[in-house]
Write a protein that binds this ligand. Structure first.
Ligand code: PLP
Length: 425
């Protein structure tokens, strides 16, 4: 039996830090089970945004007055805090972007040029990727004539590194390998060290999409061996509008610029321009200043809670939810049903008593009317759903504030949904 008390300890400590969790929806207490989509924000992050605008607002780098200096210090302070949070060797390894998608587009554009990708070359991703780690590589391959190749998954929903197809997938033609660390649909944790080693063995560059990893457990990005790693602020209790591309500094220093504009140049003449060193080279125009300040506050908050406590809670609440969901008749979990090497997202399909599929949008609406917020659809992972042989799914996802009571509320709402569609179909 999963330990209910173990899944209660952390939310009991942190829940009051998140003002939105006091809300009701449809007359019921809100059960926010969509944190893999975006997390809720603690008061300290909301306050950091407001305080920046109320007291220190100015542009960075180009404003020399007192407020400009304060804003620059806040912005660079945010960068330093994020660097420490992910184990970066120096703050200059942290490039601020708009979100993880932009970070991966930055990686694809600049790496394509850096490795002079062309016909005959190959880029390897996997079938469990989020669209953000598929489409930029498709676009790059289309532009350059390179070939995109895919790791498959096992029937359990784990990255298949042992299968016959996996053996020759990374080879001397491979120039770039890019995979998710944690699947946003299946919750599976991928063996990133192994994948990075395979990439490096053939001289390829290794990229990780850590959008679901950085929020859920303590990471040391240099220790993964990866060359570039993307993640996003809003899934780690930070604000929207800011993402991160971490990179090995010597690689970043070798990469060409991505977007052109102010602050990313050294000298601009009518004949051409020279470019600033990283991270400024990749941060054209006014950056997300208040967002960087608030992301720093988010990193401090998570550090204060303790990332090991967050990871332990994700494990406990996922174990509890796996058990409860499997008690719902007609519910099929996509991906591993044991809480091993698994993050806090569970996607599932639901059929009515007489065997008809209940559409995830219907499930989502039925749950919403009972205060339970989940996501229904393909979760930006169409190829994965196709591979699993389903159109779409419903996903419940958890974070440090998720309580067993919310899982119970989800379970009851699902039982009700199944019963409702059995009677009224
Ligand atoms: C959310 C997510 C992204 C995209 O993040 P954005 O902030 O929307 O750009 C990419 N990959 C994974 C695995 C995600 O969960």
């Amino acid at each position: 039996m999963p330990d209910r008390a173990a899944a209660q300890a952390l939310p009991a400590r942190v829940r009051s830090d998140f003002p939105i969790l006091d809300r009701t929806v449809g007359g019921a207490p809100l059960a926010y089970l969509d944190s893999a989509n975006t997390s809720q924000k603690p008061r300290v992050v909301i306050d950091a945004l407001a305080e920046h605008y109320a007291e220190h607002n100015a542009n960075v780098a180009r404003a020399m007055h007192t407020l400009g200096a304060e804003a620059s210090a806040g912005f660079e302070g945010g960068r330093s805090k994020v660097a420490t949070f992910v184990g970066a060797t120096r703050p200059e390894e942290i490039v601020f972007t708009k979100n993880a998608s932009e970070a991966l587009n930055l990686a694809a554009h600049t790496l394509g040029e850096h490795v002079r990708l062309g016909p005959g070359d190959e880029v390897v991703i996997s079938v469990l990727e989020h669209h953000s780690n598929i489409v930029p590589w498709q676009l790059l391959c289309r532009r350059t004539g390179a070939t995109l190749r895919w790791f498959d998954i096992t029937d359990e929903g784990r990255l298949d590194l042992a299968g016959a197809d996996a053996a020759g997938l990374i080879n001397e033609r491979t120039k770039i390998v890019s995979v998710a660390w944690v699947s946003n649909v299946l919750g599976t944790v991928t063996p990133v060290a192994d994948i990075v080693a395979r990439a490096h063995a053939v001289g390829a560059i290794a990229v990780l999409d850590a959008s679901q990893a950085v929020p859920q457990f303590a990471v040391d990005l240099p220790a993964t061996g990866a060359d570039l790693v993307a993640f996003t602020g809003h899934k780690m209790v930070g604000p929207t509008g800011i993402g991160v591309l971490w990179g090995r500094y010597d690689l970043l220093a070798d990469l060409p610029p991505f977007l052109g504009g102010g602050e990313m140049i050294e000298v601009v003449t009518m004949e051409g321009s020279t470019f600033a060193p990283p991270p400024a080279r990749f941060e054209a125009g006014t950056p997300p200043i208040a967002e960087a300040v608030a992301l720093g506050a988010a990193a401090d908050y998570l550090t204060g809670v303790g990332m090991d406590a967050v990871a332990q809670h994700e494990h406990a609440i996922t174990a509890y939810a796996l058990e409860r969901l499997q008690a719902v008749e007609g519910l099929r979990i996509l991906g591993p049903t044991e809480p091993v090497d698994r993050g806090g997202a569970i996607s599932f399909t639901l059929t009515s008593e007489d065997g008809f599929d209940i559409h995830p949008h219907d499930t989502m609406q039925m749950l919403d009317a009972r205060g339970v917020a989940v996501r229904g659809g393909h979760h930006c992972a169409r190829p994965l759903h196709k591979r699993l042989g389903v159109q779409s799914s419903t996903r419940a996802s958890f974070y440090l504030y998720t309580t067993p009571q919310e899982i119970d509320q989800l379970g009851e709402a699902l039982d009700y949904t199944r019963d409702f569609f059995g009677r009224h179909r």
